[in-house]
Design a protein around this ligand. Sequence first.
Ligand SMILES: [Zn+2]
Length: 312
Amino acid sequence: MYIGIDVGGTNLKAGLVDETGHILDTERTPLRFTTAEDFAGTLAGLAGTLLSRAGLRASDIVRAGIGIPGAVCGGDILYTCNIPLRDVPLERLFRAHLDIPVRMENDANCAAVGEWLCGAGRGTRNFMVVTLGTGVGGGFILDGRLYAGGGMVGEVGHMVVEQGGALCGCGRRGCWEAYASATGLIRMTYEAMEAHPESLLHAVAAERGGVEGRTAFDAAQRGDAAALELCHTYVVYLAAGVTNLVNILQPEAVAVGGGVAGAPEPLLMEPLRQIVERECYPRHTGKIPRILRAELGNDAGMIGAALLDRAI
Ligand SMILES: [Zn+2]
């Protein structure tokens, strides 16, 4: 039996996971950060709750895997994006509360492992996950193993797709993330609304209390011309990055996850597949990767964290 812990920006979620990736029980709590010691105690507390509910002892757990939104090295957190954790020996702090072996990985890498073992990537040896959320995340399985690099690998969102383009949160201009993330889509939606006062985008946004990632797709489904054009522009940017990655890594399959991936198939996944098939380099040998929707949703990171041993 394994424990998988997903450290999100607002919530901490732990799951009791069996060796086949099935989640048997989950426990969660809001993230209220005070100190690294408290943080480790909270994570151990979640795992302890799962153990006691299942009538298990610490020795029944092979390992606890923890997905961290940042860079890790062994049992230490080097850096996190939204939580003030720098150079924290998390494994040591966690084991002071609950003595279970701990393995940590970047959260996007955990999601890639989860999708590879139990979701869209099952049966592949070379596989890639791209997550479209607030930012754009990525994780790679190469030759049947997670490519973990030096802790900051898979930052696919920060390759430039538009020289001199929109300013990215990382300080660079024209990053893929500034166009293909939900945040980028929302920015482009505001721009389209300004350029097209007649567009249904205005009514759709008003109905839902503001512009969201889905606004463009909702208006496009109702046949709005400006929204259809916006969705097309978005998919072209998305496909540019996916095609770049396919050309570098030639995976057998690419899974697209995150909130935006829930958009209607004809507006997102179908045109994405068409562009990648038409433009990717491996087409010259007829080896075009399958472009799939991720299958595990928000559970991918937790399942992948639990099963990290099988990918390393
Ligand atoms: Zn960037």
